[in-house]
Design a protein around this ligand. Structure first.
Ligand code: NAD
Length: 273
């Protein structure tokens, strides 16, 4: 079947968890600018609503609402509101996630100081927090025999990156879950349902700013080590995720499912030599 502009995402209804955060809100702005209707969900409802209001001021379509990715009834309620407003959901981006201070191993410590409670919390947010929304929204997509889900992995999924033990384990599980769900959906519900992930390299955000940059903007030891391992020699800009997200959501990727796309300036490809 020949599609005139297979990259066209105009009118697609795209729900984003963690849409009030740095990366999710940037994706929401971009997708709305391309004619998509975006549903921005966040635990911090005020962020999601403010973002949607900003987008709507440009004459683009957006709704902001509260949704906790760890609470099924909260997600079902959000889905109802989105369907009432836009009629259906075409795509879900699981952008809620992130590291938690208690689940990391400090430079003067070791693995035996790990708090299992913190490990469990970070695992829940970064793994269950993508599984549960993909069940709630996925069921809706299955009923329509069409839909695309994008998970957010990380450079920590494939290689050991010091300190972030719980976050890394959960992101590694996201890679596997992305492949698993892609196969499950295609095998049982047909080729209209796709599940993929992006694996961002290093983007300065609220969670990692202090780890990577000193207050004067110069690199910390960890920041310098990352730049050294990145052939392009810099951190990413949040806007640099948008092209891949756009492609994965569009008809242009209609035979693409179960992949994890690194967007990392070469970090994951480089041996360091
Ligand atoms: P962020 O902290 O700016 O945004 C995350 C958002 O998720 C926040 O707005 C937060 O309120 C929301 N959230 C937290 N718990 C929630 C819950 N239970 N229910 C609903 N929403 C909840 O983080 P970010 O930098 O935008 O990261 C987005 C995703 O990308 C995360 O999965 C993160 O791990 C991943 N990631 C980020 C980077 C980076 O460099 N920033 C790199 C790789 C992967």
């Amino acid at each position: 079947m020949l599609v005139q502009n297979s990259f066209d995402i105009q009118g697609k209804i795209i729900a984003i968890t963690g849409g009030g955060g740095v990366l999710g809100s940037n994706m929401a702005s971009y997708l709305a600018s391309q004619g998509a209707k975006v549903a921005i969900m966040d635990l911090r409802a005020e962020l999601a609503i403010a973002k949607a209001e900003t987008i709507a001021k440009n004459g683009e379509e957006a709704i902001g609402l509260a949704a906790n990715v760890l609470d099924q009834s909260s997600l079902e309620h959000a889905l109802d509101i989105i369907v009432n407003r836009f009629g259906k959901v075409d795509a879900l981006i699981n952008a809620a996630g992130g590291n938690m201070p208690g689940a990391t191993i400090g430079p003067d410590s070791d693995i035996f100081s790990l708090s299992m409670e913190a490990f469990q919390k970070v695992s829940e947010l970064n793994l269950n927090g993508s599984v549960l929304p993909s069940l709630v929204f996925g069921k809706h997509m299955v009923a329509h025999k069409a839909g695309a889900i994008i998970n957010i992995s990380s450079m920590t999924a494939q290689r050991a990156i010091s300190r972030v033990v719980g976050y890394s384990a959960a992101k590694a599980a996201i890679d596997n879950y992305t492949k698993w769900l892609a196969c499950e959906f295609a095998l049982k519900f047909g080729d209209g349902l796709r599940v993929n992930a992006i694996a961002p390299g290093f983007f300065i955000g609220d969670q990692n700013r202090k780890l990577l940059l000193h207050e004067d903007g110069s690199l910390t030891t960890r920041g310098a080590a990352i730049i050294k391992q990145t052939p392009m020699g810099r951190f990413g800009d949040a806007n640099e995720l948008n092209g891949t997200i756009h492609w994965l959501l569009s008809e242009a990727a209609r035979f693409v499912t179960g992949i994890v796309v690194p967007i990392d300036g070469g970090f994951s490809a480089y041996s360091g030599i």
